[in-house]
Design a protein around this ligand. Structure first.
Ligand code: ADP
Length: 541
């Protein structure tokens, strides 16, 4: 027997149809690549997305074909997203911050047939075009006036749209067909592709909209600072359409000055980015004695949010912090650190401790931690193990997945994170499995050490790596960046750490550097840091 309800496939283009029907005049504002502040709305963006779909259809793009985008957060990128998947093709977002060879590898691996790209990447695409074996058309996402420097074979996006009408019917698909493709940033080997389905994207958008994540409504003004090429901008362009919210997009601009101006002038109520962006923003706010206007909530994820950052937002600027955890393979959202009814009764400091964790799983995500033999560990808040997840927006297999199945017998996906779970399933990451420091057979949490160090006055950023040690196997090395004008010394940092961490966790060495290397998605690049300190290792005590 089956239920007697309708079979309404969960398709991504239904999100923008809904936005255009219920919030047609709701704005989409872009600080554009060309420089001007551009305003459009859900109705126009849907109409233009249909033109993108129509053009792709005329080019002979078939269901399931991949179409690449190398682009910032702009209204044109949103049009491409919906237009590509509405034509039945796969919107493949490419991270322009990767090395050139990785970009070429990804485009060729995905077999992208068409590449849409921003003016910013004209030189890059001109250089790599001869190596992009499967790309048939190169489309510059700009108007005719800005095409002056473009090679003759590159086409103009606005000219292309002018040739279409907006009558193209979205392609009716099975909800299990693919809608999007995103590659992991390759910090652990070659980038791997995650092929999202229409169904997984729509379900994930419902989850992203709820109060425990973005808390979006038709009166929200949401600005994803996290780029659309980084794990779908955490679903914001989909969730904003679902809610009929106003969307503010920063284009190629990631500097604190532009972002703060947009937040204030466009009355942004919710925004989201990785901690490195917020670090710069908080410094800018302190230096200029400015504020964040009508901002109510900030989502911090992609790397651990230091408690000092959470406190600064909440206490100094009255902005609620939602610490979020996820990964490309989870579309990306998995958990948020909301306060449970029990946690909400705790004193402020303990609440901050809860908010500093990675949080409780969203409905749709199951979690467990297991030991090295796959045995489930107790949810006691102490036992750290490999974090596994499963759910309808969790990857089942990598795209082109030569590596075979990546799930265990129970259908669980290994996140590569080491974590604890407590009795309310509140998860805390202690490390990524490849970053774990094992000293005398026990794990030292680099994340916890980093959090403690970055709370020390005068410290801007901290990273901990393991260095070989003849007796203990490994010992932690603390690498620090000072805040501008700070002269804080190693002894003061040690003093600050004492009492906050177990004695045997105290780093043997502290090194000050002017800069810590980051990955293309804003995480500390520990592989590079280990290389930088490889000589250091050999002389370490
Ligand atoms: P990549 O592995 O390619 O860098 P992702 O951007 O998908 O790609 O990164 C996912 C990883 O980022 C997670 O497995 C986790 O280690 C880390 N991460 C994400 N959010 C948080 C967070 N709030 N706290 C700590 N680590 C996080």
């Amino acid at each position: 027997m089956t239920g007697s309800m309708q079979n309404w496939p969960l398709l991504v283009w239904k999100l923008i149809d809904h936005a255009a029907a219920t919030a047609p005049r709701q704005e989409i504002v872009t600080q554009s690549v060309e420089g001007n502040l551009h305003r459009t709305n859900w109705s126009e963006v849907r109409m233009r997305a249909k033109k993108v779909a129509q053009a792709l259809d005329r080019f002979g793009i078939q269901r399931g074909d991949r179409v690449g985008t190398l682009a910032w957060n702009t209204y044109r990128h949103v049009e491409c997203w919906y237009g590509i998947s509405g034509a039945g093709a796969v919107a493949h977002t490419i991270n322009p911050r990767l090395f050139e060879d990785q970009i070429v590898y990804i485009i060729n691996h995905a077999q992208d047939r068409i590449l849409f790209f921003d003016l910013t990447f004209m030189d890059l695409v001109t250089r790599i075009a001869p190596r992009l074996t499967g790309v048939e058309r190169f489309i510059v996402m700009t108007d005719r006036a800005h095409m002056i420097t473009a090679p003759a074979e590159f086409e103009c996006y606005e000219d292309l749209l002018a040739e279409q009408d907006d009558t193209f019917p979205w392609v009716e698909l099975e909800e299990t067909e693919p809608a999007g493709l995103c590659y992991t940033s390759g910090t652990t080997g070659n980038p791997k592709g995650v092929l999202y389905s229409h169904r997984s994207n729509v379900l994930h958008s419902f989850a992203a909209t709820q109060a425990a994540v973005f808390g979006l409504s038709a009166r929200s003004v949401v600005m994803p600072i996290v780029p659309m090429f980084h794990a779908n901008a955490w679903a914001i362009p989909y969730a904003a359409a679902l809610a009929g919210a106003k969307l503010v997009l920063g284009g190629p601009h990631h500097d604190a000055v532009t972002l703060q101006r947009l937040i204030v002038e466009e009355q942004v109520s919710i925004t989201a980015a990785v901690p490195t962006v917020w670090l710069a923003m908080l410094q800018h706010l302190t230096e200029t004695r400015t504020d964040l206007g009508a901002l109510q909530r900030v989502i911090i994820g992609g790397a651990a949010a230091p408690q000092s950052m959470i406190k600064a937002f909440e206490d100094d600027f009255g902005v609620e912090v939602m610490h979020a955890w996820g990964l490309t393979e989870l579309s990306p959202l998995g958990a948020t650190a909301t306060l449970s009814a029990e946690a909400a009764k705790l004193p402020r400091q303990q609440q901050l401790d809860v908010k500093s964790r990675q949080g409780r799983p969203l409905f749709g995500i199951e979690m467990k931690v297991v030991d090295e033999n796959g045995r489930e560990l107790p949810r006691d808040g102490h036992s750290a193990g490999i974090l596994k997840v499963r759910g309808p927006w969790v990857v089942a297999q990598y795209f082109g997945g030569g590596e075979g199945t990546i799930l265990d017998e129970g259908g669980w996906f290994d996140t590569g994170d080491i974590a604890t779970l407590d009795s309310e399933s509140c998860m805390q990451i202690t490390d990524r499995s490849k970053d774990v420091i094992k000293s005398g057979g026990e794990w030292i949490s680099s994340v916890e050490l980093e959090n403690a160090a970055v709370a020390c006055p005068g410290i801007a950023e901290a990273a901990v790596i393991g260095i070989p040690h003849p007796r203990w196997g490994e010992r932690p090395l603390l690498v620090l960046v000072r805040k501008p004008d700070s002269t804080v010394a190693a002894a003061e940092v040690r003093e600050h750490l004492a009492g906050q961490i177990a004695k045997w966790w105290m780093p043997d060495d502290i090194a000050f550097v002017s800069d810590i290397p980051h990955t293309a998605t804003g995480k500390i690049l520990k592989t590079e840091l280990r290389k930088q300190f490889s000589d250091y290792c050999s002389v370490a005590r």
